[in-house]
Design a binder for this molecule. Structure first.
Ligand code: PLP
Length: 412
């Protein structure tokens, strides 16, 4: 049975975005179309038209060529599919250069893809070390370079255009996981020198279970699902028609909502925000972080000095358990995530924060707040009420333990 979430405060848009109601209506319409897009009859052609329209809408969002888009079952499959690509302008790819902070959709399958692996470290702010990339590219053999556009936990945005340029000069292929960045910052494949891009519909207001890998014209995508000619043999299986339709509409709504900002790079967006003085320009993330630092000056905001997604804040207070906080917030009707990966429902130590050199005491305290289209100022007030209560209880408990320690020592 569904529970009502009318009064709940959803601050977990990086986990998934609530689907747009108009997308639900459009998807329902396409469910009743009744044709297989591979059939030549009118019903089949109708389904095909829906798919090709969505392909065009998605490519418009990221400045890509429609011929390069392969529909998948989501971001995870798109990342796995990218690892199947073995051809580069300079020859066959035998090695993988991958950042330490990639999503598990890359880090877990990469060991089984038969390439040697070089891990790129990140600095304390979570930005990929470009000197390490230069060093890895000293080897003349072509590589597949995998660096995500923005990290799902911290929101830290990577120097994508530079990474793409270095990779291209080397004759290698650059795969960028754009799942979190899409719709939040400008993500134009051509401008950012991206050869392959992964997207996921449910992160931009569309349905879960559908995504895409988009390749630039000079890249030949491999295939991991065989048994049919769909998607130009790059991904066999009858297409998820309504999912693809919903994905297309989500991309279209996102592009419209981003408007002019879709043409800015992440750096330009950060700069224009810090320069702007209008009341509306102060984004929710910054308001939240100002409130956090005022209430608990010792709070750690991860990646705060790096360019970040405007909607994401990941922070922690040593000794305050993320699990305790998330449960307290949930009881008060507020949904956030642990900064650590928790795809199985169990909080594990974050490899992202570990790569940034964050110690265990802080890693276990990290939580991620991610805003979205329905977020507002009162969400911050509600969040801060719980944060203040829990951190105050923690501080009081610490103080009492400290006093108790002092008196028992005096009694010895
Ligand atoms: N890549 C990143 C950066 C993500 O954040 C996620 C999902 O959280 C994925 C890939 C996987 O996407 P999907 O949930 O569509 O499989």
């Amino acid at each position: 049975m569904m529970t009502s979430n009318a009064k709940r405060t959803y601050l977990d848009y990086n986990a998934t975005t609530p689907i747009h109601p108009e997308i639900v209506a459009y998807m329902a319409e396409t469910l009743t179309l009744g044709g297989n897009a591979s059939s030549v009859h009118a019903e089949g052609r109708g389904a095909r038209a829906v798919i090709e329209h969505a392909r065009m809408q998605i490519c418009n969002l990221v400045g890509a060529d429609v011929a390069g888009l392969v529909f998948t079952s989501g971001g995870t499959e798109a990342c796995n599919l990218a690892l199947q690509t073995r051809t580069a302008p300079a020859g066959g790819i035998t090695r993988l250069i991958v950042s330490a902070i990639e999503h598990s959709a890359i880090l877990e399958p990469m060991g089984a893809c038969g390439m040697s692996v070089t891990i790129l470290p990140v600095d304390a702010q979570g930005v990929v070390d470009l000197d390490a990339l230069d060093k890895a590219l000293e080897d003349p053999s072509p590589a597949l370079v995998c660096v995500m556009a923005a990290n799902n936990e911290t929101g830290v945005v990577q120097p994508i255009a530079e990474i793409g340029e270095k990779t291209r000069k080397h004759g290698s292929v650059f795969f960028c996981d754009g799942v979190q960045a899409a719709g939040k910052i400008a993500l134009n494949m051509w401008r950012l020198n991206i050869d392959m891009l992964a997207l996921s519909a449910h992160k931009i207001g569309g349905p879960a279970g559908v995504g895409a890998l988009i390749a630039a014209p000079h890249v030949i995508v491999g295939s991991q699902l065989r048994g049919g000619g769909q998607e130009l043999r790059r991904r066999a299986g009858t297409e998820n028609l309504s999912g693809i339709a919903g994905f297309g509409m989500a991309a279209d709504l996102t592009a419209k909502q981003m408007g002019k900002s879709a043409d800015l790079t992440a750096k330009q967006m950060e700069k224009s925000r810090s320069n702007s003085k209008g009341a509306g320009a102060e984004i929710l993330r910054d308001k939240l972080e100002t409130a956090l630092q005022k209430t608990t000056p010792e709070v750690n905001i991860f990646g705060q000095n790096a360019p970040r997604l405007p909607n994401t804040s990941c922070f922690g207070l040593a000794g305050v358990s993320a699990e305790t906080l998330i449960m307290a917030l949930d009881l008060d009707g507020i949904a956030v995530s642990a900064g650590s990966a928790c795809s199985s429902g169990k909080v594990t130590r974050s490899h992202v924060l570990a790569a940034m050199g964050v110690g265990d005491d802080l890693t276990t305290s990290a939580i991620r707040v991610s805003f979205g289209r329905d977020s507002c100022d009162t969400d911050i007030d509600k969040f801060m009420a719980v944060w203040s209560r829990i951190t105050y209880q923690y501080a009081t408990h610490q103080h009492a333990t400290h006093q108790h320690g002092k008196t028992s020592k005096a009694a010895e």
